[in-house]
Write a new protein. Sequence first.
Length: 271
Amino acid sequence: MSDFAEKYGPWALVAGASDGVGSAMSEELARRGLNVVLLARRKAVLEDVAAQIRARTGVQTSTLAIDLAVPGAAGQVIDATADLDIGFLVYCAGADPKFTPFLSGPLSDAESLVQRNCMVPMQLCHHYAQPMVERGRGGIVIFGSGAGFAGGPNMVAYGASKAFDMVFAEALWTELHDKGVDVLGLILGKTDTPALRKLEHERGQIDSTDQAPPGAAALDDVVAAAFDNLADGPTCLVGPEIQAAAQLMASVSRNDAVRFIAQAVTAAMGT
């Protein structure tokens, strides 16, 4: 653990840290000896997560309540961390809780999602990776989704943004991995998060939000995959289901891949 902190510390910045994967990643980074900046929209929730992390690990924490969907958000984050030595960046904000057809909502919904999923991680990586390269050490983990494998219904902007995240992480790895900076794109399938539990409960697919969605990967498995594969980028597919889906789509044409995604979404929604 001391070696990990020496390589990637002293501070980590985790975007999307209020719950789910982001909270779990923050906890593990703290357990490995890094101080953690927790970034998300909900200040009260962030403060609670930070207090729990401090109590369990003894590290320093800082919280930033910033809406990453707002233009200029990255600048706010950068200004707020100007006096901290950020050696590890995790970007796992950007879920789409609505999961509705593209034309059913205002364009601003899609624009906000692209801002949060594409512009902000690019801006933060451009800022924080430079000193990592100068030091010859650091780590960046960008969370992607199987939704980025091919286009599908009810996730038009989301799927496109996750395709961006996947290729961005891969390309960044090609430039930084030989400079001492580990870059990993972690591609998730169905994952047991509070957002997924809420969505499936609203659909009537699970009885309550206390129930784990069937077939969803556990948060502990996702976190373990991130740290087990950190130095083996550029991309890690988490779990046998997403790995099987990737192999299937790689074996068919793009048109058939899109049809596969559309059928899978329809089946998942029970329609």
